[in-house]
Design a protein around this ligand. Structure first.
Ligand code: ITT
Length: 207
């Protein structure tokens, strides 16, 4: 069966694929499809005031447009010394269509006078599940760390090269994919969502 992942972000899609193999039994034969397979779908304006509001808006709109079961993720980096910025604006921190590199540069500039002990932050992720006209559930996960003073590592996406897990002493971008994907905010949210996702797969597949 087909499940739509309501994202254009390839990094998120790869992590979702990993999380499905970790948390959903393999016998369902699921094909995860991103919005890149729907080039004509209108863009969802992410004007909610929380990760949950934006995740639910993306999930419901996409379910209504495609007629399929949808999983949407709204996520971002919450930096304590910046009063929670960039937060829900993480993907467009340095402007619309900003690249990861530009966002990283802006974050480093805004934190340049902040000492290490005050560079605490967390990643947050809300995963919402929807079918046409129906939000089935939303689940939040967070992951704590600190913001480094220069980008390190080539794995992952977004702010991964700056986000240091203090217990491991490495950025997310320096960790192998499977290690990040077991401890991340997205993994924590998916873990909570998994049984409801499975229940709906069974309902749709009439298993
Ligand atoms: P979609 O809306 O199409 O899913 P997006 O990248 O715009 O793609 P969001 O609006 O949820 O998605 O913004 C999330 C941003 O937060 C993302 O672009 C990254 O900059 C950052 N982010 C979220 N999760 C991350 C992670 O695991 N590692 C690094 N950065 C992450």
């Amino acid at each position: 069966m087909k499940i739509i992942i309501a994202t254009h972000n390839i990094g998120k899609l790869q992590e979702m694929n990993f999380l499905f193999t970790e948390f959903i039994p393999k016998n369902y034969n699921i094909n995860l499809v991103s919005l890149n397979k729907y080039p004509d779908i209108p863009e969802v304006i992410e004007d909610g005031d929380s990760f949950q509001a934006n995740a639910e808006k993306k999930a419901l709109f996409t379910a209504n447009y495609t007629g399929e079961m949808v999983i949407a993720d709204d996520s971002g980096l919450v930096v304590d010394a910046l009063n929670g910025e960039p937060g829900i604006f993480s993907s467009r921190y340095s402007g619309e269509n900003a690249t990861d590199e530009q966002n990283i540069e802006k974050l480093l500039e805004n934190l340049k006078d902040i000492p290490e002990e005050l560079r605490t932050a967390h990643f947050a992720c809300v995963i919402s599940i929807a079918t046409p006209n129906n939000i089935i559930g939303s689940f939040k996960g967070i992951c704590n760390g600190i913001i480094g003073t220069k980008p390190q590592g080539d794995n992952g996406f977004g702010y991964d090269p700056l986000f240091i897990r203090t217990d491991i002493g490495k950025t997310f971008a320096e960790l192998p994919h499977d290690v990040k994907n077991r401890i991340s905010h997205r993994a924590r949210a998916f873990e909570k969502a998994a049984s409801l996702i499975e229940k709906n797969i069974k309902l749709i597949e009439k298993i």
